[in-house]
Design a protein. Structure first.
Length: 416
């Protein structure tokens, strides 16, 4: 192989969107032959169409450079449908797209903008939940079936849909990323790990409308196996949905996951299991997590649950296998401040077991015994529960509550 080469691409405002995109893509194509570096330079905001990443390439976005998606989906790179469910034949596209893109790096101190305003309806300045023109919309970064992937250091803003979506990727590092999306925009997940293995997420700060970090096993990605060996450390998340979630797409299994030193701020849910398509979630460890939750508008799934463990059929077509369920989950050194307590619920008996709390404190700001909704969406059979507020709502087998302490205080007397 030829010696690794370093290319600096100077961006200017005089370039057209088409010529600028071709300039960057040409550098990526050349770098693919030498495992080279493409460094984008020139302070400013530069509109681009879709880019296709290649194996062995490092794409470096220098400080002061902002790449903004044009919003022209016809000029983005597409993957044929189906998407999420086999019955959904809609293709998906991304601003930065890669398939079988091994040993690739997307990094730098610069910014990538998804230009979400291109995809929403007008006159929604006061809306609590923004309406878009269609679903799905372009993702920011989509990498599929790739090995040794790194996304690091970037600031990613204004995503119109899932921000970073990795499907069937292995040996992944996502580090020191800042993700800031419009918090009223639905489907703007920060990081989606879809049937990925051996992933480290560290030092990321995420503020978004939808889920912050989400583990998925979508139906159409079955060929990539399960979602396993995931480690999340030293991250901070604000979300109007779930800060950290497993599901709702759960057509495969989720195994061996560690979440350590996580700060969840003013989110609609804290730590959530939302299995709706069967599947098995086993061997999860959450430690040193601080959680504060609050209620948002009813369009968002969730009712401020700090810990949410649910196994519910999505609809009448959902297939539940004998070994499906949620088991061997430990919460240790968790401190949560919330209007409500934790929910553990399954509509199939015996599917949730071996849930353990160690040094877990829940500070609840709602009067004990007050009736409250607990959201079960998406579920065709039952949308919600109405139950009195308590530290732990639900009945499970072998639930070890010895390490769970619950305290009640008014909103005026909340801890710092």
């Amino acid at each position: 192989m030829s010696e690794k080469k370093f290319q600096t691409v100077q961006l200017t405002l005089e370039q057209s969107v088409e010529s600028r995109t071709k300039l960057i893509q040409g550098a990526i194509n050349r770098a693919a032959h030498t495992a080279g570096v493409v460094s984008l330079a020139g302070k400013g905001v530069y509109v681009i169409d879709g880019l296709l990443m290649k194996s062995g390439v490092t794409l470096d976005v220098q400080a002061g450079v902002t790449l903004m998606g044009s919003g022209n989906e016809d000029k983005y790179h597409h993957r044929p449908g189906p998407f999420e469910l086999l019955r959904n034949q809609t293709p998906i596209c991304a601003l930065i797209f890669g398939n079988q893109c091994d040993n690739c790096v997307i990094s730098g101190k610069g910014t990538i903008s998804g230009n979400y305003r291109c995809f929403i309806k007008a006159n929604q300045e006061q809306a609590a939940h923004i309406e878009s023109h269609h679903y799905p919309r372009p993702e920011m970064i989509y990498l599929q079936d790739s090995r040794n992937v790194t996304v690091e250091g970037l600031t990613i803003i204004d995503s119109p849909f899932w921000t970073i979506h990795l499907a069937g990727c292995q040996q992944v590092k996502l580090a020191n990323l800042t993700i800031n999306n419009e918090v009223r925009m639905p489907n703007t997940d920060g990081i989606d790990l879809d049937r990925c293995q051996y992933v480290v997420v560290q030092g990321c700060k995420i503020s978004t409308g939808d889920d912050g970090i989400c583990l998925k096993c979508t139906e159409e990605t079955k060929r990539f196996g399960d979602c396993t060996d995931i480690e999340v450390t030293d991250c901070q998340i604000h979300s109007q949905s779930a800060a950290f979630k497993v599901g709702s797409s759960s057509f495969g299994n989720f195994l061996s996951v560690k979440v350590v030193r996580l700060l969840i701020v003013n989110s609609n849910r804290g730590l959530a299991f939302q299995l709706r398509d069967g599947g098995l979630a086993r061997n999860f460890q959450f430690s040193d997590v601080k959680i504060s939750t609050r209620d948002f508008s009813e369009e968002w799934w969730g009712n401020a649950e700090p810990i949410y463990i649910t196994f519910v059929a999505r609809d009448h077509e959902t297939v539940i296998k004998p070994d499906d369920g949620i088991e061997n989950v430990q919460f240790s050194n968790i401190n949560a401040n919330s209007p409500t307590g934790a929910l553990i619920y399954s509509d199939v008996a015996g599917r949730i077991k071996n849930i353990r709390f160690v040094q877990t404190q829940l500070w609840i700001t709602t009067e004990v015994g007050k009736m409250r909704h607990y959201d079960l969406r998406p579920s065709e059979k039952r949308q919600s529960l109405i139950m009195p507020v308590s530290g732990l709502v639900g009945r499970v087998k072998q639930n070890q509550q010895a390490g769970l302490s619950v305290m009640y205080r008014s909103n005026e007397d909340q801890p710092d």
